[in-house]
Design a protein around this ligand. Structure first.
Ligand code: ATP
Ligand code: MG
Length: 361
């Protein structure tokens, strides 16, 4: 079977290093592997509006930011189709039909939606669109017949929901939709990168991010004030690794050869961790190393961004082309869906003959 990728991001802010390790870095590797016949990368503006309905300008401004972040991270418009969700009306239509296959209580059980409702203080009044966004995500994934969805851990419940919708649809209406698989980062630190404040998740909405487009000095400032081990007061104190954000970031970003280059006292991260736990290694030294690691990771991204920033109309043009291309694929799926659901009245010649025979006999 053809291997097809769909994944995306909400244009609610610039992309951060959590997106990079959770999904973006993997996408670029998959794109360059040549194993996938099609790769769709979606800027999920319609989904962003489900909790930003009163702030459309924020969504509008961030379309170009996310697109620039994609291109600077190494997504290549010749190999990957970058599209804008709202420009593909077929996705909305599919969502509407899938809504009949999902119960309210099933949506209420979704742990990601639950915690997002809490985070946004939506408990008293949840916008219906926000509550049902897992259904619209199922439409996005199935519209492109995606087999593979590379995302962070917070997306697991969405993929489960999508698979349930696919099963239900196929069992009621006949084999039509393709069941997708989630592709999680293989490194635990990357599944849900914490914020610089030590909070559970780096998230645009929480303001605890290091952005891919942050300038060098800004990254350094954020790293030097990062949350570590609150009990590690003196250099000689033994330090703890659990919940220590600086070490989580090193797990996600550092490579052995970076030690030789920036911190030759250690051969690898295990040795550095061991010294920290034993006592005698100060936070400042670890943070300086992390800063070098991040700067090395971000430097090529920054320079590609500077190039693309010179051609903003060109970026909009490739988003337009990508959306047009994607719409063709979604339209095919919608046609299959309507045929399976028997709501393709005018294409169904047999129906018209059957009804006219019934009335003429
Ligand atoms: P918002 O706060 O608006 O929801 P977000 O920062 O959670 O923004 P999304 O656009 O919802 O970002 O997520 C896009 C992708 O990035 C998803 O695949 C998600 O799993 C992944 N992702 C987001 N934050 C992290 C993180 N901290 N660690 C790993 N992956 C992440
Ligand atoms: Mg999110």
């Amino acid at each position: 079977m053809e291997k097809i990728i769909l994944t995306g991001d909400r244009p609610t802010g610039r992309l951060h290093v959590g997106h990079y390790v959770g999904s973006l870095r993997r996408r670029v590797e998959l794109q360059d592997s040549g194993e996938y016949s099609k790769i769709f990368i979606m800027i999920a503006d319609a989904q962003a509006l489900t909790d930003n309905a009163e702030n459309p300008e924020k969504v509008r401004q961030n379309i170009i930011e996310v697109a620039l972040d994609y291109l600077s991270a190494g997504l290549d418009p010749k190999k990957s189709t970058i599209l804008i969700q709202s420009q593909i009306p077929e996705l909305t239509e599919l969502s509407f039909y899938y809504m009949n296959l999902v119960t309210v209580s099933r949506l209420q059980r979704n742990p990601t939606v639950k915690s997002e409702i809490q985070m946004r203080n939506f408990e008293a009044s949840i916008p219906v669109g926000f509550f049902t966004y897992p259904i619209s995500q199922a439409a996005d994934i199935t519209a492109f017949k995606a087999t593979t969805v590379p995302v962070g851990e917070d997306q697991m419940p969405m993929l489960e929901q999508t698979r349930e919708i696919v099963h239900k649809f196929n069992s009621v209406y006949g084999e039509t939709l393709v069941e997708p698989n989630i592709l999680l980062p293989d490194n635990k630190a990357c599944m849900r990168l914490p914020g610089t404040d030590g909070m559970a998740k780096m998230s645009k909405s929480l303001g605890n991010c290091i952005y891919l487009s942050d300038p060098e000095d800004e990254v350094k400032k954020k790293v030097m004030s990062m949350y570590t081990d609150p009990e590690h007061l003196q250099v000689s104190d033994p330090g703890h690794l659990e919940g220590n954000t600086v070490f989580t970031y090193l797990d996600a970003f550092s490579k052995d050869d970076m030690f030789a280059e920036y911190c030759p006292d250690y051969n690898n991260l295990d040795e550095m961790k061991e010294h920290y736990q034993r006592g005698g290694l100060g936070d400042v030294k670890v943070k300086k190393f992390l800063n070098s690691v991040l700067q090395e990771t971000l430097a090529p991204i920054r320079s590609r961004r500077a190039e693309w920033e010179k051609d903003i109309p060109g970026v909009y043009e490739l988003l337009k082309k990508g959306s047009e291309e994607a719409e063709k694929v979604a339209a095919e799926t919608l046609r299959d869906v309507k045929e399976a659901m028997k709501i393709n009245y005018f294409e169904d010649k047999a129906l018209i003959t059957e009804q006219s025979e019934r009335y003429s006999s």
